[in-house]
Design a binder for this molecule. Sequence first.
Ligand SMILES: Nc1nc2c(c(=O)[nH]1)N[C@H]1C(S)=C(S)[C@@H](COP(=O)(O)OP(=O)(O)OC[C@H]3O[C@@H](n4cnc5c(=O)[nH]c(N)nc54)[C@H](O)[C@@H]3O)O[C@H]1N2
Ligand SMILES: Nc1nc2c(c(=O)[nH]1)N[C@H]1C(S)=C(S)[C@@H](COP(=O)(O)OP(=O)(O)OC[C@H]3O[C@@H](n4cnc5c(=O)[nH]c(N)nc54)[C@H](O)[C@@H]3O)O[C@H]1N2
Ligand code: SF4
Ligand SMILES: [Mo]
Length: 908
Amino acid sequence: MTQSKDLWTKSTCAYCGVGCGIEAQIQASGELTIRGDKSHPANYGDLCSKGLALGETVTHEGRLLHPSIDGEQSDWATSLQHVADTFSQTIAEHGPDSVAFYVSGQLLTEDYYVANKLMKGFIGSGNIDTNSRLCMSSTVAGHKRGFGSDTVPGCYEDLDTAELVVITGSNLAWCHPVLFQRLKKQKTQRDNLFIVVIDPRETDTCSIADLHLAIQPETDVALFNGLLSYLVAHNKIDKDYIDNYSEGFEAALNSAQQDAQCIQVLAETLQVNEQKIALFFKHFAETEKAITIFSQGVNQSTQGSNKVNSIINCHIATGRIGKPGMGPFSVTGQPNAMGGREVGGLANTLAAHMEFGDEHANQLISDFWRTDTLATQPGLKAVDLFDAMHQGKIKAIWIMATNPVVSIPNSNKVREALEKCPFVVVSDCIAETATTEYANVLLPAQGWSEKSGTVTNSERRISRQRRLLSSPGVAKPDWWIMSEVAKRMGFAEAFNFLHEGEVFSEFAKMTTLDNENGLNRDLNLIGLTQLDAKGYSQLTPQQWPVTELQTEVVQQRLFADKQFFTTSKKAQFVAVSSTPIVNSSTPSLIKYPLIVNSGRIRDQWHTMTRTGLSSRLAAHITEPFVAIHPDDAAPLSIEDNNLVAINSPQGAMLVRALLTKQQKVGQIFTPIHWNRQTAKTANVCNLVNDDNDPVSGQPALKSTQANIKKWQYQSEAMLLSRSQLDLDQFDYWVKQKVEQGYLYRIADECPPSKLAESLQALLDNKSGKTLQFASTDSTQQMLYRYAFIQNSQLNNAYIASDKLTNHSLDWLQSVLDMPLDGSIEQTLISGQVKGKLAQGKIICACKQVGINTITDAIVEQGCSTLDSIKECTSAGTGCGSCLPEVQSILDEKQETITQRIQIEEFVA
Ligand SMILES: Nc1nc2c(c(=O)[nH]1)N[C@H]1C(S)=C(S)[C@@H](COP(=O)(O)OP(=O)(O)OC[C@H]3O[C@@H](n4cnc5c(=O)[nH]c(N)nc54)[C@H](O)[C@@H]3O)O[C@H]1N2
Ligand SMILES: Nc1nc2c(c(=O)[nH]1)N[C@H]1C(S)=C(S)[C@@H](COP(=O)(O)OP(=O)(O)OC[C@H]3O[C@@H](n4cnc5c(=O)[nH]c(N)nc54)[C@H](O)[C@@H]3O)O[C@H]1N2
Ligand code: SF4
Ligand SMILES: [Mo]
């Protein structure tokens, strides 16, 4: 597709649920330039590092280009027929519940709608579940219990007027960076804004907090129950709201009061000092405009739904829902987590906010879809689905836009389940993922820049995602692939969609079934039912409910009228108790004394299939790590940068130790991103057991018992290569994308000389120039350095030793980008690193500024404020999401400088 030079196409970012509007321009070179869309109400032009790097991730590298059957390239006609026949045959032999779809919040609403219609409407089973089960299902359950509908009541705009923002179980700074920056701006502009962060870890989000409650994991219910009791004790409740617009207050209060008799006891439970708890309670009691933002620290727990309702209870009790600047605010994870919930993609919802068991609604849907095989029962939830597969009950599965081998707990069991399943279909845009390995049929899906459709963000705003580039190979839209299979299964009439706009239109109509005035369900898109092709093509962001097409940006809050979607139309308190849900298989604390917490880092997205393609994003954190408190590390003789093995009853991982007091004693944290495609054994879901919330089915991904020990190895290496290599013969390897190639970190139990030898054998270099040295450095450490040059370009290089210092690790990666001149050869020979080569770990991904440059600016050039560092180094002048980290470097260095001055003064 070509476009004129000054034409910018509006679309939506591929990643998080903030749902930022972008504008894209295709350059003559074919590259995509991305900027923020100033008119989009989600971001008003701002983007974070991931959004800004979107252009780098649309490469064709690693793309799945053609369908394949049992590893053999095939064509669409054969593959679609094969999928349809096998599903039909399996259903004929074993019934509709023997097949399943496992889909994703990264599908567009149109894709999701077709998937749900096919499974629930025509195959006639509830067996379609989604990775939103791992993500938002506790919130969905909490919303339904509290409000009678899965509704996020507020708008992002509320952050601009709130006077208390409570951020719990959310690392907003890294996971919803544009919202975080918006809040940060408010914080610098307004004195009347108080921010509380509730998180066992001290994250970057704490950089704007007035108060950080580093609670023990899984004590959230106790905290919010304590808050409810406090509000009542201090007469800070809204009696009118409670009496007239809610039900269940007494029971909820009873439960809360039993839980947390007093702040002293609570302090003991939370392991947070009393004054801090009291301060939080006081602010919540006294600040009318209060928002509680929550995310996975709340949801991913055996008590996830109870945590959600303990929060909602406090908002109902104070009548703070649906008013400007107030409300519980679940920030969604994936770009279309909301859209999936709307169409009904979870196994326990039916469609368009209509539920199983509601006969009237079921009849409406059957009539609307013209089907007599509508599913009558909820299907299997994700973890149960893979369990059933493990037991041989699921005989055909179709996985779309998710990578369950990495992201579902107990990965070893997931792998076994997929191995046992007779027929596995995977639609993905990437050829080699941890999950595509198990596919009988692989179907190439269009990627973000090629797809067209809609997504809904955390504030219920529907935005268009527009096609920007043509697809490589024969990749197709997901909705098309499914419709074609549906036609071949005999459902042609119901899936005869010619365009994604037709799918959208059908979905919009569905939301109006017995709901034309929006009184039965707030998900009502009646204003979009009349869109023609042009209207759909030009659709601007719309926030639901959409009673008529919104030509201007609207900001609407739900429940402002105090009417809810429960039978009585009243909000429901839910009595929740903090008593932990103990699983019978709880392992021994002596054997597994640490709690493993897992989550995200700033510049990677999930299983790295896309962000892993950008060298800029890879430079922020280059290697999987485990953050551990020095007091936990010391008795185990673990030092910073050591490699450590983490073991749980389920499995193991091998990662780099990062000693930090931001972790609490007894708890460790490791990122979710690395997996078999990017590291030998760094997949945290290998460790996690499959305990889940009995209400929502959401797995407890944030608290797994494990132990940790130092891994003794004899040799380490860094290897730079233009092409990818299979390094599985070594005990430890991690791959990092760098410009023009890959950088591998390797460790092994063999001696360094042997490791160097094995690397050379593996590289198998022929016909070129080889530079090779074995020498000791200034500390008498033996270093093996090797470089292979072909056509005046470095082709591959490595350094091996018994231990590589930080310094020797850093420089090598920039070499591939540079013309190979004498000075680089000299560096290769001498190992003496200078200039740009020595700038160290990249902190600012946008401007490519390394830690050494920033440190230099502080220590050598006297920069003592963020602004002066920005000016001096240009760090933080792109998206700004590195600024908390720059600030912490500044704080740390200034502490050192102050200490130095004090010592100097003392000596003088
Ligand atoms: N950079 C980046 N951004 C992303 C994503 C990504 O992969 N990368 N993914 C997106 C998706 S799908 C999602 S769901 C969101 C997730 O966004 P977040 O939920 O903000 O991210 P997480 O890092 O999973 O976890 C949040 C925090 O919960 C804390 N936590 C752990 N246990 C507890 C507890 O018991 N109580 C409390 N109160 N807190 C606890 C953790 O320490 C962690 O800091 O991010 C979205 N944005
Ligand atoms: N331990 C632990 N585990 C977790 C979490 C945690 O915090 N801790 N978080 C959980 C959460 S909240 C989430 S959301 C999940 C995320 O986990 P996953 O959904 O498994 O992760 P992704 O890497 O986003 O997988 C998306 C896949 O879809 C492909 N893809 C991208 N776009 C398209 C498309 O348009 N069509 C198709 N067909 N394919 C596409 C990508 O290449 C990729 O392979 O992980 C969960 N797992
Ligand atoms: S905050 Fe970043 S990742 Fe999330 S939608 Fe906006 S630009 Fe994309
Ligand atoms: Mo998520």
